[in-house]
Design a protein around this ligand. Structure first.
Ligand code: SF4
Length: 222
């Protein structure tokens, strides 16, 4: 079975769709193969294309600070996109591009087996749920994928606003902060039927050696 590095190597040289002609670098995504959380945007942007890394630039810094607010760092999670090469002019990915590229994300999900996939932005949420979505009323709570979903049935999808959108609409930063608190609560409060199971983030928080309550105070930085 392939590992995340094998997939990254394949993505970096992939020419399966026409986006390889206009990219500077493919962006496979990066992070922990044992991650409890995957953050998935729609596609690399300008800075990501230049550096070959996901969520860099100002939006990436905001994401880093939001992670810090719930006691996590990039090394604890996985961050990537639905498609791995930048569409020209940052336009939305087209269906044939997604259909060609989605196998890489499927393999990444299969390897990581995350507790939750946080979609960043409306486009990613709609693609993961494979339905029309209403990000303004549906953000900040979990949804399950259905039996017909190509990502697999029963995955926890937790929609968030895209950090880049929050940079343009400062009101969304408050919503993102609140949603990260809800994400933290979702991951640290097992549903009633699973109360006996181990807290899914216990190992991650042990590594950071700080309590989530202590870290939450950093949300005031924004
Ligand atoms: S977008 Fe995906 S399928 Fe298309 S060239 Fe890039 S890695 Fe390959």
């Amino acid at each position: 079975m392939q590992n995340l590095d094998d997939i990254a190597k394949e993505v970096r040289t992939c020419k399966k769709c026409h986006l390889h002609k206009t990219r500077t670098n493919a962006v496979p995504g990066e992070g922990n193969s044992q991650a409890e959380i995957m953050f998935i945007g729609e596609a690399p942007g300008y800075h990501e294309d230049i550096q070959g890394r996901p969520f860099v630039g100002q939006a990436g810094k905001l994401l880093d600070n939001l992670l810090k607010g719930i006691g996590l760092e990039r090394k604890n999670v996985f961050i990537g996109n639905i498609i791995k090469c930048r569409p020209p002019g940052n336009r939305d990915p087209q269906p044939e591009e997604i259909n060609t590229c989605i196998s890489y994300l499927l393999k990444q999900i299969e390897i990581i087996k995350p507790k939750v996939i946080c979609t960043l932005g409306r486009f990613s949420f709609a693609e993961m749920m494979q339905r029309k979505v209403f990000i303004s009323s549906e953000h900040g709570r979990p949804f399950k994928t259905g039996s017909e979903n190509r990502l697999g049935e029963g995955l926890n999808i937790f929609p968030l606003y895209h950090p880049a959108a929050a940079l343009h609409q400062p009101g969304l930063i408050d919503a993102l902060e609140e949603d990260f608190k809800k994400l933290h609560a979702f991951l640290t409060s097992p549903p009633p039927e699973n109360k006996v199971k181990e807290n899914p983030l216990a190992s991650v928080y042990k590594k950071t050696n700080e309590t989530p309550q202590k870290k939450e105070k950093q949300l005031g930085l924004f």
